[in-house]
Design a protein around this ligand. Structure first.
Ligand code: SF4
Length: 367
């Protein structure tokens, strides 16, 4: 699509004092015109992603789950999506896969519950739906781990149904287009967003393109912070007067500082690791926690790093092995060096372990 660059004159007449928009007093945008603008733009300018070339609900759902808390470049450029589909090409393969291999394939993406839920879903598709993903939106919504966003994404992208989706990008786009200051994370704000997304998707014959366009506009022109309104394909429909101030969010939970102490224990046969149980990282391996009795007087520190998870800001301290301590629980095992790479391990520990091993390797080479 060739955008017509607004002249100074057209900017003056088409926009509000903030410089890019029609006055907010205008009536709400017409859903059909707005939907047409989105679909027309997307058909000409939509980005080409592998999950947009398929109608396979499995491949689409994998992309949606991977992208829930991960950026597109990570999923795509670092090969996660392609590798996953090569290793687990369908519901059946994923359902029957060893959990260790599923977690390993997810390593580096974080939020491992997503991988486990995906496998549980595959098992339900196999046992309760004969290996075929259901097309009925209500049945999709009933599947374990599938919420309104994922159900809408698969229903529209795989089956072309007029079902809405609302994620962070869509919420930003809609709250700006409707110039709506209702907090998007309030019950009222959420209801409004879903209602508007529903009206829009029902106003087009191409729900797949409409939903893709909404998401893509939020990633491109209508990005966080300062949007590129001059080049926006739906600018004549947009009612935002101060787009940078939208969307409005309620108070955000503050980050809590957490200290985590682990140990690096190396023996002639390998590295001592702990397999996590009873947490969202169940089944994953990590550097063992520093035993409680050593917390008051911890052994010397080997390295320190920081990472964030949900609402926690974690400082990870890696200590030398506590001298004289050998009573490690059963969940701890010495893992031979050759097997370390194959174990699923959250990124903060993988980075620490690799750094320590490299340091020692270089140290021993230098001797
Ligand atoms: S980029 Fe966003 S705020 Fe700007 S005109 Fe487009 S929809 Fe409105």
């Amino acid at each position: 699509m060739n955008f017509i660059k607004p002249t100074r004159r057209s900017i003056f007449f088409d926009t509000h004092a903030t410089g890019c928009h029609m006055p907010s007093k205008r009536a709400s945008p017409d859903p059909t015109t707005l939907a047409e603008g989105f679909v027309d733009w997307f058909r000409k300018h939509g980005r080409d992603y592998p999950w947009r070339r398929t109608r396979d609900p499995y491949a689409i759902l994998v992309s949606e789950v991977m992208l829930q808390q991960t950026q597109i470049p990570t999923v795509l450029d670092r090969g996660y999506y392609t590798r996953w589909l090569e290793q687990f090409p369908d519901w059946q393969t994923l359902a029957k896969a060893d959990e260790n291999s599923v977690l390993k394939a997810w390593e580096g993406l974080g939020y491992y519950r997503r991988a486990r839920n995906l496998q549980k879903l595959a098992q339900v598709i196999l046992t309760e739906h004969g290996g075929t993903f259901p097309e009925d939106h209500a049945v999709i919504l009933d599947l374990p781990g599938v919420g309104p966003y994922t159900a809408g994404a698969v229903a529209s992208f795989a089956f072309g149904q007029a079902k809405p989706i609302v994620d962070g990008n869509v919420a930003r786009v809609l709250s700006r287009i409707f110039n709506d200051p209702t907090p998007i994370d309030s019950p009222q704000g959420r209801d409004l967003l879903w209602k508007r997304a529903t009206e829009l998707v029902q106003a087009t014959h191409d729900p797949r393109a409409l939903n893709s366009a909404l998401m893509e506009l939020g990633q491109t022109h209508c990005r966080t912070g300062r949007p590129d309104c001059e080049a926006c394909p739906v600018r004549t429909q947009c009612r935002a007067t101060e787009p940078e101030a939208l969307p409005v969010k309620g108070s955000r939970p503050t980050l809590t500082d957490v200290t985590e102490r682990v140990v690096f224990v190396r023996t002639a046969s390998g590295i001592l690791l702990e397999q996590e149980t009873g947490s969202r990282r169940t089944g994953l391996w990590k550097l063992p926690a520093l035993p409680e009795p050593f917390h008051d007087q911890p052994p010397p520190v080997l390295m320190r790093s920081n990472y964030g998870i949900t609402r926690y800001k974690v400082t990870l301290w890696v200590h030398e092995a506590p001298s004289g301590h050998s009573a490690w629980p059963e969940s701890h095992q010495i893992i031979p060096h050759a097997e370390l790479a194959a174990l699923p391990m959250p990124s903060p520990y993988r980075r620490a372990l690799n750094a320590l091993l490299k340091e020692r390797e270089e140290g021993s080479l230098a001797l």
